[in-house]
Design a protein around this ligand. Structure first.
Ligand code: DQA
Length: 150
Protein backbone atom coordinates (compact mmCIF):
# COMPACT_ATOMS: atom_id res chain seq x y z
CA UNK A 1 0.00 0.00 0.00
CA UNK A 2 1.50 3.33 -1.00
CA UNK A 3 -0.99 6.12 -0.60
CA UNK A 4 -3.53 6.66 2.15
CA UNK A 5 -5.96 9.52 2.65
CA UNK A 6 -7.38 10.09 6.14
CA UNK A 7 -10.47 12.29 6.34
CA UNK A 8 -11.68 13.62 9.69
CA UNK A 9 -15.06 15.30 9.88
CA UNK A 10 -16.71 17.97 12.03
CA UNK A 11 -15.43 18.89 15.49
CA UNK A 12 -12.48 16.52 15.24
CA UNK A 13 -10.32 19.66 14.94
CA UNK A 14 -11.25 20.22 18.61
CA UNK A 15 -9.74 16.98 19.87
CA UNK A 16 -7.66 17.54 22.98
CA UNK A 17 -10.17 19.91 24.52
CA UNK A 18 -13.48 18.48 23.30
CA UNK A 19 -15.11 16.11 25.81
CA UNK A 20 -11.76 14.61 26.88
CA UNK A 21 -13.54 12.02 29.05
CA UNK A 22 -14.87 10.51 25.78
CA UNK A 23 -12.26 11.39 23.16
CA UNK A 24 -9.11 11.59 25.28
CA UNK A 25 -6.51 14.34 25.55
CA UNK A 26 -4.70 13.93 22.24
CA UNK A 27 -5.08 16.63 19.63
CA UNK A 28 -5.58 15.69 15.98
CA UNK A 29 -1.95 16.69 15.34
CA UNK A 30 -0.85 14.29 18.14
CA UNK A 31 -2.95 11.51 16.62
CA UNK A 32 -1.31 12.11 13.24
CA UNK A 33 2.18 11.83 14.71
CA UNK A 34 1.26 8.74 16.82
CA UNK A 35 -0.09 7.06 13.68
CA UNK A 36 3.02 7.89 11.64
CA UNK A 37 5.33 6.66 14.44
CA UNK A 38 3.46 3.35 14.71
CA UNK A 39 3.54 2.88 10.93
CA UNK A 40 7.29 3.50 10.88
CA UNK A 41 7.89 1.20 13.85
CA UNK A 42 5.96 -1.56 12.12
CA UNK A 43 7.75 -0.93 8.82
CA UNK A 44 4.54 -0.13 7.00
CA UNK A 45 5.64 2.03 4.13
CA UNK A 46 3.08 4.51 2.89
CA UNK A 47 2.41 8.19 2.52
CA UNK A 48 -0.52 9.52 4.50
CA UNK A 49 -2.44 12.68 3.66
CA UNK A 50 -4.53 14.08 6.51
CA UNK A 51 -7.60 16.19 5.73
CA UNK A 52 -10.06 17.67 8.23
CA UNK A 53 -13.21 19.64 7.51
CA UNK A 54 -16.31 20.68 9.39
CA UNK A 55 -18.18 20.97 6.12
CA UNK A 56 -20.20 18.15 4.57
CA UNK A 57 -19.73 19.51 1.04
CA UNK A 58 -15.93 19.76 1.44
CA UNK A 59 -15.84 16.15 2.59
CA UNK A 60 -17.94 15.07 -0.40
CA UNK A 61 -15.60 17.04 -2.73
CA UNK A 62 -12.53 15.43 -1.15
CA UNK A 63 -13.98 11.94 -1.58
CA UNK A 64 -14.88 12.74 -5.21
CA UNK A 65 -11.31 13.92 -5.83
CA UNK A 66 -10.22 10.30 -5.30
CA UNK A 67 -11.85 9.29 -8.58
CA UNK A 68 -8.97 8.69 -10.93
CA UNK A 69 -6.41 9.45 -8.22
CA UNK A 70 -4.03 6.65 -7.26
CA UNK A 71 -4.88 6.52 -3.56
CA UNK A 72 -5.01 2.93 -2.25
CA UNK A 73 -6.96 3.40 0.97
CA UNK A 74 -9.40 5.92 2.39
CA UNK A 75 -9.73 6.04 6.18
CA UNK A 76 -12.63 8.23 7.26
CA UNK A 77 -13.97 9.40 10.58
CA UNK A 78 -17.05 11.35 9.46
CA UNK A 79 -17.81 12.45 13.05
CA UNK A 80 -21.48 13.29 13.53
CA UNK A 81 -22.08 13.05 9.76
CA UNK A 82 -21.77 9.27 10.14
CA UNK A 83 -25.23 9.26 11.63
CA UNK A 84 -26.92 11.59 9.13
CA UNK A 85 -25.17 12.06 5.81
CA UNK A 86 -26.64 10.35 2.76
CA UNK A 87 -24.44 12.70 0.67
CA UNK A 88 -21.22 11.30 2.19
CA UNK A 89 -22.58 7.75 1.88
CA UNK A 90 -23.31 8.30 -1.84
CA UNK A 91 -19.84 9.78 -2.40
CA UNK A 92 -18.23 6.77 -0.67
CA UNK A 93 -20.26 4.41 -2.84
CA UNK A 94 -19.04 6.16 -5.98
CA UNK A 95 -15.36 5.32 -5.41
CA UNK A 96 -14.04 1.79 -5.66
CA UNK A 97 -10.88 1.85 -3.49
CA UNK A 98 -10.64 0.27 0.00
CA UNK A 99 -12.49 2.35 2.61
CA UNK A 100 -12.44 1.98 6.38
CA UNK A 101 -14.53 4.02 8.80
CA UNK A 102 -12.92 4.84 12.15
CA UNK A 103 -14.47 6.16 15.35
CA UNK A 104 -12.43 7.06 18.40
CA UNK A 105 -15.25 6.18 20.80
CA UNK A 106 -17.28 2.98 21.09
CA UNK A 107 -20.44 4.50 19.66
CA UNK A 108 -22.59 1.44 20.36
CA UNK A 109 -22.10 2.10 24.08
CA UNK A 110 -23.27 5.70 23.68
CA UNK A 111 -26.59 7.43 22.86
CA UNK A 112 -28.92 5.49 20.58
CA UNK A 113 -28.73 8.12 17.80
CA UNK A 114 -25.03 7.21 17.39
CA UNK A 115 -25.79 3.54 16.77
CA UNK A 116 -26.99 4.10 13.23
CA UNK A 117 -24.12 4.72 10.83
CA UNK A 118 -25.18 5.64 7.32
CA UNK A 119 -21.65 6.28 6.04
CA UNK A 120 -20.42 2.89 7.29
CA UNK A 121 -22.69 1.34 4.65
CA UNK A 122 -20.31 2.76 2.04
CA UNK A 123 -17.17 1.36 3.72
CA UNK A 124 -15.57 -2.09 3.79
CA UNK A 125 -15.02 -2.15 7.56
CA UNK A 126 -15.55 -0.14 10.74
CA UNK A 127 -13.07 0.20 13.60
CA UNK A 128 -14.28 1.88 16.75
CA UNK A 129 -13.49 2.32 20.41
CA UNK A 130 -9.70 2.13 20.07
CA UNK A 131 -9.10 5.87 20.45
CA UNK A 132 -6.15 7.28 18.47
CA UNK A 133 -4.84 3.78 17.66
CA UNK A 134 -7.87 3.18 15.42
CA UNK A 135 -6.24 5.06 12.52
CA UNK A 136 -3.06 2.96 12.70
CA UNK A 137 -5.18 -0.19 13.02
CA UNK A 138 -7.12 0.72 9.89
CA UNK A 139 -4.01 1.42 7.80
CA UNK A 140 -1.98 -1.57 9.03
CA UNK A 141 -4.93 -3.96 8.57
CA UNK A 142 -4.58 -3.56 4.79
CA UNK A 143 -0.98 -4.83 4.88
CA UNK A 144 -2.00 -7.98 6.77
CA UNK A 145 -5.11 -8.44 4.64
CA UNK A 146 -2.89 -8.50 1.53
CA UNK A 147 -0.66 -11.21 3.10
CA UNK A 148 -3.54 -13.48 4.08
CA UNK A 149 -5.64 -13.18 0.93
CA UNK A 150 -2.85 -14.14 -1.51
C1 DQA B 1 -17.01 10.09 16.57
C2 DQA B 1 -18.37 9.59 17.10
C3 DQA B 1 -19.51 10.47 16.61
O1 DQA B 1 -20.74 10.01 17.12
C4 DQA B 1 -19.30 11.90 17.06
O2 DQA B 1 -20.32 12.73 16.54
C5 DQA B 1 -17.96 12.41 16.71
C6 DQA B 1 -16.80 11.55 16.93
C7 DQA B 1 -15.84 9.28 17.17
O3 DQA B 1 -14.75 9.35 16.59
O4 DQA B 1 -15.99 8.61 18.18
O5 DQA B 1 -17.79 13.57 16.34
O6 DQA B 1 -16.99 9.92 15.17
Amino acid sequence: MNKVLVINGPNLNLLGTREPEIYGKHTLANIESITLKLLKKNQILCTVEWFQSNSESEIVDKIQSLMGDNVDLLVINPGAYSHTSVAILDALKSISIAKIEVHLSHTLKREEFRHKKLTALGCDAVIEGLGPVGYFTAISSQEYKKKFTK
